[in-house]
Design a protein around this ligand. Structure first.
Ligand code: MG
Length: 374
């Protein structure tokens, strides 16, 4: 007798998506939602998929190269599809079966292990999470009372069962009566353990969900800037005013550090540079606070759905000394970018009195920015 087999229920039409492709066949990174679900279970046991009769071509394309058992055609609803899958295994029955929704592709191995462990002492086991939100009864769009969430859990899949017990329960159940196998098993008097689930197991139900689960698109940009030092009474570096016997010359406030960082963010977005967004020929930017430029890059990133994960600025000068102002600079850049200060680094170096920075003719800055795009 085979020890255990996973059945992945993938026969739905995913009509909530409204698109031509059922959600289990949507791309997820370099695979599909269905293939990701299958590959999560494959290290633990053989996997068979229950598919829609129209999806043979899609299924073959989605699972090419994966070592799966032959697919089984599903029925008109989930209960019927699971039944078909169980019946197909009945001739050579496994000891246990795990029934999993194809639309839950991000299955942590620890959840599978918890289910298998619980099956040693129960007829069935399912992952779940306690309900964290306040529950309301709503009538005609108005709150009609709060429902206690004490003891309420949201149940996920995979749901594991003694194979013979689940098959028997399915054969006895009224068609179309149950939304999942724990409900059907309980109605048949089986004991079902609930083990700790995982937020990653959330069902793919919206068009954006598959994209959310895809590997993030991480990009790094760099920026470089130089401004000349002239006689004056202070400089602004990374948004912090520092008293000095020179000043930085430039069209704006000449904050060389913030300019380099602005270019790094634009670079990660492959969206031109600071000069294209704020032409030096435009009198509007004369004496402008560089915060304007950095905030603009932040807003472009935000409009693209990008998150600024980290940035790192290096200032190159002999004077003024940067160290005493470093944390204030980090805090100011973090405030403008609306990210925590521990994601912002400011460093400084001299150039050993070599070159224009060494002679105190100017200050240079270079920066990198790392962004995560959807
Ligand atoms: Mg500049």
């Amino acid at each position: 007798m085979r020890d255990r087999i996973a059945l992945i229920v993938a026969a739905g039409r995913g009509t909530r998506f409204g698109g031509p492709e059922p959600k289990q066949y949507l791309p997820l990174g370099d695979r599909t939602v269905l293939a990701a679900a299958a590959m999560a279970l494959r290290p633990f046991m053989p996997v068979a998929c229950v598919i829609h009769p129209d999806d043979g071509g899609r299924y073959r394309a989605a699972t090419a190269g994966l070592d799966l058992l032959p697919p089984v055609f599903g029925g008109p609803d989930r209960q019927a599809s699971v039944r078909n899958g169980l019946e197909a295994l009945a001739a050579d029955p496994p000891g246990h079966v795990l029934v999993h929704d194809a639309a839950r592709p991000d299955l942590p191995p620890a959840v599978v292990r918890r289910i298998l462990e619980a099956l040693e002492t129960h007829d069935g086991a399912a992952p779940g999470l306690p309900v964290a939100d306040t529950l309301k009864r709503v009538e005609d769009g108005r709150s009609a009372g709060t429902v206690s969430r004490d003891g309420l859990w949201r149940i996920q899949t995979p749901q594991g069962f003694r194979f013979s017990a689940l098959l028997e329960a399915h054969r006895q159940a009224a068609p179309g009566a149950f939304s999942d196998d724990t409900a059907l098993a309980e109605a048949a008097g089986l004991s079902v353990a609930v083990v700790e689930g995982d937020a990653r197991l959330e069902k793919v139900t919206e068009p954006g969900d598959a994209a959310r689960l895809s590997a993030p698109d991480i990009r790094t940009g760099n920026g470089f800037d130089v401004h000349r030092l002239v006689p004056g009474d202070g400089v602004t570096l990374c948004g912090v005013r520092i008293a000095h016997d020179r000043a930085l010359a430039g069209h704006s406030d000449a904050d060389v550090g913030m300019h380099a960082l602005t270019d790094a963010i634009l670079g990660a977005l492959a969206d031109g540079d600071i000069g294209r967004h704020f032409p030096p020929s435009d009198p509007e930017w004369r004496g402008a606070a560089s915060e304007l430029f950095l905030a603009h890059a932040r807003d472009i990133a935000s409009a693209r759905g990008a998150r600024i994960l980290h940035c790192d600025v290096t200032l190159v000068c002999e004077a003024p000394r940067i160290g005493p102002h470093r944390d204030a600079m980090r805090a100011e850049l973090a405030r403008i970018l609306a990210i925590p200060a521990d994601r912002v680094s400011v460093k400084a170096t001299t150039s050993e009195r070599l070159g224009f920075t060494g002679r105190g003719e100017g200050i240079a800055a270079q920066a990198t920015a790392t962004l995560s795009l959807p």
